[in-house]
Design a protein around this ligand. Structure first.
Ligand code: AMP
Ligand code: MG
Length: 286
């Protein structure tokens, strides 16, 4: 389809508004991929690195001159175990200067975190002005694992979708650009990845016996994902579903989404806040 060739990836992967069933989305598709496939994916992804680096630097620089509503990016990563949040951070986010990245991995809440509202630890981890924040899991766990495992009553978690929408709208109004990515893997692919971890002693550390118990509740998780994605898919903070059965596509796709997002922010280097000609003379005379 020729018309799809120039369609931005953000449009191709944007979750359509309305009710959605995540399990019906193809996890092995490769929409918008410009190359041949797995063989040229590392090169395609690396080629984005230069642009990403330049854009990240402009983001950082532009925030230094803006006091209010300083631009910043927040990438939210959600996905079932083995969907590859870690690999993605290494391969795609790793293209960017680590000084420009604020990375936070959210685990089950600590006793301290449990004393506060679920958004407390999220607010504390928000990226600083000019930074690219990465959330490896996020406030969405509070309507995913929390819902499936009944960690709080339904009347509590069911109110959180609206709360999350209000919270995210507030962030956007404050200058944050949100890129919410669901790394979508199939049930069959997860089995392969778990088996691969057990077949290789250097991968045992990645294996968690509890992952199989979570896997047993796959349909309930898909229902929870479907609800979270459709209820929190707003204009201000849209969801992208990344087909993630192919790791090479997943990595390229998130790098490209990040590139498109940064490129669309209209970032510019700030002008000098000193007299350039006068400073040139001083340096020459020094
Ligand atoms: P991993 O990302 O594999 O290191 O696992 C982190 C674990 O923390 C997962 O089992 C998540 O479901 C769990 N987790 C993250 N956030 C929450 C939360 N808000 N409530 C309960 N469990 C959570
Ligand atoms: Mg895990």
């Amino acid at each position: 389809m020729a018309s799809k060739k120039n369609t931005p990836l953000s449009e191709l992967l944007r979750l359509p508004l309305g009710p959605v069933n995540v399990s019906s989305l193809d996890a092995s598709a490769t929409p918008g991929y410009p190359g041949k496939g797995k063989q040229d994916a590392p090169a395609q992804t690396a080629a984005l690195g230069t642009q990403l680096s330049d854009l990240q630097e402009t983001l950082y620089a532009s925030a230094r001159s803006t006091q209010e509503k300083a631009p910043r990016v927040l990438v939210v990563l959600q996905g079932m175990d083995t969907s590859g949040k870690g690999g993605l951070i290494r391969h795609a986010i790793g293209l960017v200067d680590p000084q420009g990245v604020d990375l936070t991995s959210f685990k089950a809440p600590t006793p301290e975190e449990r004393k506060h509202n679920y958004l407390w630890r999220i607010r504390k981890a928000l990226p600083r002005p000019g930074q690219i924040g990465i959330f490896d899991r996020s406030h969405y766990e509070d309507v995913l694992v929390v819902r499936v495992e009944n960690l709080v009553p339904e009347d509590v978690w069911s109110k959180r979708y609206d709360e999350i929408n209000r919270f995210e709208a507030e962030l956007v109004a404050d200058g944050y650009k949100l890129i919410k990515c669901m790394l979508n893997i199939s049930f069959a692919e997860q089995k392969e990845r778990l088996a691969a971890r057990l077949a290789n002693p250097t991968k045992y550390w990645k294996y968690n016996p509890g992952d199989v118990d979570v896997r047993a509740k796959w349909p309930a998780y898909m229902e929870a994902y479907s609800a979270a994605l459709s209820k929190c898919n707003t204009e201000a903070a849209p969801w992208y579903v990344i087909p993630s059965d192919r790791k090479w596509y997943r990595n390229w796709a998130v790098a490209e989404l990040l590139r498109e997002t940064l490129a669309g922010m209209g970032l510019a280097y700030p002008p000098a806040d000193f007299n350039v000609a006068a400073e040139q003379k001083r340096v020459a005379a020094s």
